[in-house]
Design a protein around this ligand. Structure first.
Ligand code: SDX
Length: 432
C-alpha cells in the first residue's frame, strides 16, 4: 500500500503521509494541510477526524471490540475490580500487589472532603441536578488543593488522581444525601471503594448499610465498563480543556458537563424515563419504536445507536447479563427489564434499526442495575461520571505527557456576512 495519500487541487498535487495504528487503523496525516494548500477540512461532529494518538483504549466498532490497554473488557467480568482498572488505564499496566496496596491506601486516606465544603452543598436547592453539583464541586475541590494545580511529577499526579477518584464518591453521596435531607455519612476507612460509596449513600447514623458481595461486584463491573471509551464527547472535552494547560480538576469538571447531555451519558436517565413511560401504559413498546423511526417525532430509542459501534456494544451485552442475574438474586422483579428486552427484540428485527446498525449501547441496561440496588434515576449519570473519571484522568495525563502538545484550536468555514459597516442606532431599521 502507498505510504502516502495524494490530494489533487486544481493543477497541483499534494502528498500526505499515512499513519497506521497498532491495530491497523489508518489516518491521513494532514497537520500541514493549510500551510501547504490554504485549505482546511470540514468534519462536523469529528466522525472522520482523529484528534490525537492514544495508547489507552482500543475500540473496533464494526467488530464490537473494546480493550483497556489491550485487555478485552470481557476479561474483567469474573472478578470485577474498578480500582484495578482505574490504575491500568491511568498508569498503563495492571497494578502489582504493592502498587494496588498503596493506591487503595491513598484512596482511603483521600476520601474525606474538607469540612468547609459541606457548606457548598447547603447552598444548593434540594432539587438541584446532581450533575450540576458534581461539576461545581469537582472544580471547588481544586480550591482546597492548590498543590494539584501544577502536576509535574508522577508521585504528585498519583495523589491528585487518587484524591479525585476517591472524593468523587463522597461528593456524589453528599449530593444525594442533601437532596433527601439526610445527614452526610463520613467515608468508612474499613470499606473498599464500592461498599464505601454505598455506605455514604445509604447508611444511617443508626443503621449501617451492608453491601452484599453480588451488589459490590455488579457495581464494580458497572463502573469499570464505563471507565474509558477513547475519544468520546466527554473525554475529548477533557482533552480540549487540558490542552490549554488547565488543571486536572477543571478539565474533569468540564467532562462532567459534556457527559450530562442526553445524547451522551445522560442517556441512561432517558432510557429509564422511556421504559417507565411505556410501563405506565402511556405508550406500547411497538408504538414507541414506531415513533423513534419517525423523524418528525424528534423521539429516539434511547440507549440505542452509537457513533462508533455499528455492531453490539460489548458493554451492553455484559450489562444485560448482569441485570438478568442480579435482579432475581436480589429478589427484585422489575417490569422495566422485561420492557427493555421487548424493545430490544422489536428493534433488532426492524429494518430501520438493522439498516442503520443501531444496537443497544452501554446506557440501555445500566440504569436497571443501578435502580435494583436503590440508586435513584437522577444519580445515574453521576454514576457514569464516577466510572468515567479514571478514563478522563488517563487521557488528561497522556496528553500532558505528550511532547510538543499544542492547544486544541479547530478552524471553521465562515458563512456570515462579508464586510459591512457599523450603523448608528438612530439610523437602524425598526425591529422587535
Ligand atoms: C454514550 O462516543 C461514545 O463512546 C459514547 C459512549 C461512551 O462510553 O462514552 O459510548 C456513551 O454516549 C452512548 C450513546 C448514548 N446515547 C443514546 O443512547 C441516545 C440515543 N442514540 C442516538 O442519539 C445516537 O445513536 C447517537 C447520538 C448515540 C449516535 O448518533 P450518530 O452517530 O450521530 O448517528 P446519527 O444521529 O447520525 O444517526 C444516524 C441515523 C439517523 O437516521 P437517518 O438520518 O440516517 O435516517 O440513525 C438514526 C438517526 O435518526 N438514529 C436513531 C437513533 N440513533 C440514530 N433513530 C432512532 N433512535 C436512535 N437511538
Amino acid at each position: 500500500m502507498s505510504e502516502d495519500a495524494t490530494l489533487i487541487l486544481g493543477d497541483k498535487q499534494y502528498r500526505f503521509p499515512i499513519r497506521e495504528g497498532a491495530e491497523g487503523e489508518r489516518a491521513i496525516d494532514i497537520q500541514d494541510l493549510r500551510a501547504r494548500t490554504g485549505y482546511i477540512t470540514l468534519d462536523p461532529g469529528y466522525g472522520n477526524t482523529g484528534s490525537c494518538e492514544s495508547a489507552i483504549t482500543f475500540i473496533d466498532g464494526e467488530q464490537g471490540i473494546l480493550r483497556y490497554r489491550g485487555i478485552p473488557i470481557e476479561q474483567f467480568e469474573q472478578a470485577p475490580n474498578f480500582v484495578e482498572v482505574a490504575w491500568l488505564l491511568i498508569f498503563g499496566h495492571l497494578p502489582s500487589e504493592d502498587e494496588y496496596r498503596v493506591f487503595s491506601h491513598d484512596l482511603t486516606v483521600c476520601a474525606n472532603l474538607d469540612e468547609s465544603m459541606k457548606h457548598h452543598f447547603e447552598g444548593f436547592p434540594r432539587s438541584a441536578p446532581p450533575m450540576a453539583i458534581l461539576s461545581a464541586m469537582i472544580n471547588a475541590l481544586s480550591c482546597f488543593h492548590p498543590d494539584f494545580f501544577e502536576l509535574d511529577d508522577q508521585a504528585q499526579f498519583r495523589m491528585a488522581a487518587a484524591g479525585l477518584i476517591s472524593k468523587v464518591r463522597t461528593i456524589a453521596a453528599y449530593a444525594y444525601r442533601h437532596s433527601i435531607g439526610q445527614p452526610y455519612m463520613y467515608p468508612d476507612p474499613a470499606l473498599r471503594y464500592v461498599p464505601n460509596f454505598l455506605h455514604m449513600m445509604f447508611s444511617q447514623p443508626y443503621a449501617e448499610h451492608i453491601c452484599e458481595p453480588m451488589v459490590r461486584d455488579a457495581i464494580n463491573l458497572v463502573l469499570l465498563l464505563h471507565a474509558d471509551h477513547e475519544q468520546n464527547c466527554s473525554t475529548s472535552t477533557v482533552r480540549m480543556v487540558g490542552s490549554s494547560q488547565a488543571n486536572l480538576f477543571a478539565s474533569c469538571a468540564a467532562g462532567v458537563c459534556a457527559l450530562w447531555g442526553p445524547l451522551h451519558g445522560g442517556a441512561n436517565v432517558a432510557v429509564l424515563e422511556m421504559l417507565d413511560q411505556i410501563h405506565q401504559g402511556q405508550i406500547s413498546p411497538e408504538d414507541y419504536v414506531r415513533m423513534a423511526k419517525d423523524k418528525d417525532s424528534k423521539v429516539r430509542l434511547m440507549g440505542f445507536g452509537h457513533r462508533v459501534y455499528k455492531n453490539f456494544d460489548p458493554r451492553a451485552k455484559m450489562l444485560a447479563s448482569v441485570a438478568e442475574k442480579l435482579l432475581p438474586t436480589l429478589g427484585v422483579k422489575d417490569p422495566l427489564l422485561d420492557i427493555a428486552r421487548k424493545l430490544e427484540e422489536i428493534a433488532l428485527e426492524d429494518p430501520y434499526f438493522v439498516e442503520r446498525k443501531l444496537y443497544p449501547n452501554v446506557d440501555f441496561y445500566s440504569g436497571i442495575i443501578m435502580r435494583a440496588v436503590g440508586i435513584p434515576t437522577n444519580m445515574f449519570t453521576v454514576m457514569f461520571s464516577i466510572g468515567r473519571l479514571p478514563g478522563w484522568i488517563a487521557h488528561w495525563w497522556e496528553q500532558a505527557q505528550t511532547m510538543g502538545n499544542k492547544i486544541a484550536r479547530p478552524r471553521q468555514i465562515y458563512t456570515g456576512p462579508t464586510q459591512t459597516d457599523h450603523v448608528p442606532r438612530d439610523e437602524r431599521p425598526d425591529r422587535l
